[in-house]
Design a protein around this ligand. Structure first.
Ligand code: NAD
Ligand code: TYD
Length: 351
């Protein structure tokens, strides 16, 4: 069946993988990628599909009510997959307001645009909100986040995402809007902006720069290859039950320091360096304020109800990821613009 689907934030890291998957897998869908192209949005992420006839890019802000009304009027969307967000915890600590604006006000503006365009006639419509496991707070050394774990966000980023999740659920409960939400663990893979741990460490090892590890490096994250997340999003968009939440995770927990050591080993091999060379770059720096200790997701619901499972092992995923960053030096140079350099100096000089 033909469908018009609005994907917000499609020029970012995860969004670009979601857009590519939908454009290639569903030639009968018309995919509209709506993105403001902030520092994190990059159309270079999509050069392989940008001439496809079922793909359109529109530059714009999810807080722009008028533009959204025009867009919904023009395309009569069947569904929305909402990824646009400010996504970096460290930036949320220095500039919370931009997170409130985009993640909260932007999400409500989008919900309103959909509600008005769909005229409260929900048949055949779906609003899918992409969220994070960080809304559940922080775990000790044991236990997991479940879909019904009470929300306990602890950074401006996670608090803004939690707020947007609540608003999406409120539109379902109050107006009956058909929604679905997923909360995913940390993603890694090609096209991730190099302010996040993996691409930052890979790029710094390549350039023999210090590898900043916050605190003692004992914080734990559960890593999932980005294409496995994109496949989960495809499945949930098409088969997820209305009003439900699905956790997505890799079942792949690593302390930051062990992960940085693993990247050092892989990169020593790739760069023909003597084993142990890159690890000498590891530098412990001041911890992140309010640094969550551990995230770990239980995603049995998604596995048992919709048959999803991650398909890329961590070894395979890291191999693909490292190779991609080493082969896409131009991409890295282009995103490391003057603005990012300023952010980097400001962020790490203080530590
Ligand atoms: P990203 O920062 O790489 O990309 C965000 C995109 O949103 C960019 O293309 C940016 O230009 C766009 N954007 C920002 N503000 C906008 C606005 N006002 N209007 C329109 N577009 C705007 O983020 P990501 O890592 O790809 O994350 C995508 C989504 O997935 C986010 O909602 C994030 O909370 C969620 N998520 C991310 C992870 C992760 O590990 N990266 C894990 C779980 C959930
Ligand atoms: P990040 O990629 O920012 O994702 P998130 O904070 O959303 O989990 O960070 C992943 C982990 O790595 C987190 O515990 C913070 C840590 N970290 C460092 O130790 N050094 C760094 O330079 C960065 C960016 C992150």
């Amino acid at each position: 069946m033909n469908k018009n689907i609005l994907i917000t934030g499609g020029a970012g890291f995860i969004g670009s993988h979601v857009v590519r998957n939908f454009v290639n897998k569903y030639p009968h869908y018309n995919i509209i990628n709506f993105d403001l192209l902030t520092y994190a949005g990059n159309l270079e992420n999509l050069t392989d599909i940008d001439s496809k006839s079922n793909y359109t890019f529109v530059k714009g802000d999810i807080c722009d009510e008028k533009l959204l009304a025009e867009l919904f009027g023009k395309y009569n969307f069947d569904g929305v997959i909402h990824l646009a967000a400010e996504s970096h915890v460290d930036r949320s600590i220095t500039d919370p307001m931009s997170f409130i604006r985009t993640n909260i006000v932007g999400t409500v503006t989008l919900l309103n645009a959909a509600k008005i365009a769909w005229k409260d006639n929900w048949e055949g419509h779906r609003f899918y909100h992409i969220s994070t496991d960080e809304v559940y707070g922080s775990l000790g050394s044991e236990g997991f986040f479940y879909e019904d774990t009470p929300y306990d966000p602890r950074s401006p980023y996670s608090a803004s995402k939690a707020s947007s999740d609540h608003l999406v659920r409120a539109y379902n409960h109050t107006y009956g809007m058909p929604i679905v939400i997923s909360n995913c663990s940390n993603n890694y893979g090609p096209n991730q902006f190099p302010e996040k741990l993996l691409p930052l460490i890979i790029n710094n090892i390549k350039n023999s720069k210090a590898l900043p590890v916050y605190g003692k490096g004992e914080n734990i994250r559960d890593w999932l290859y980005v294409e496995d997340h994109a496949h989960a999003i495809d499945l949930i968009y098409h088969q997820g039950k209305n009003g439900e939440t699905y956790n997505i995770g890799g079942g792949n927990e690593w302390t930051n320091i062990k992960l940085v050591h693993k990247l050092c080993e892989i990169m020593d091999g790739k760069l023909n360096r003597t084993p142990g060379t890159s690890a000498q770059l590891i530098t412990y720096v001041k911890d992140r304020a309010g640094h969550d200790l551990r995230y770990a997701i239980d995603c049995k619901k998604l596995e048992s109800e919709l048959g999803w499972a991650p398909t890329v092992t961590f070894d395979e995923g890291l191999e693909k990821t490292v190779n991609w960053y080493l082969q896409n030096i131009d991409w890295m140079q282009n995103v490391l613009s003057g603005d990012y350099e300023k952010y980097y100096l400001n962020q790490y000089q203080k530590r």
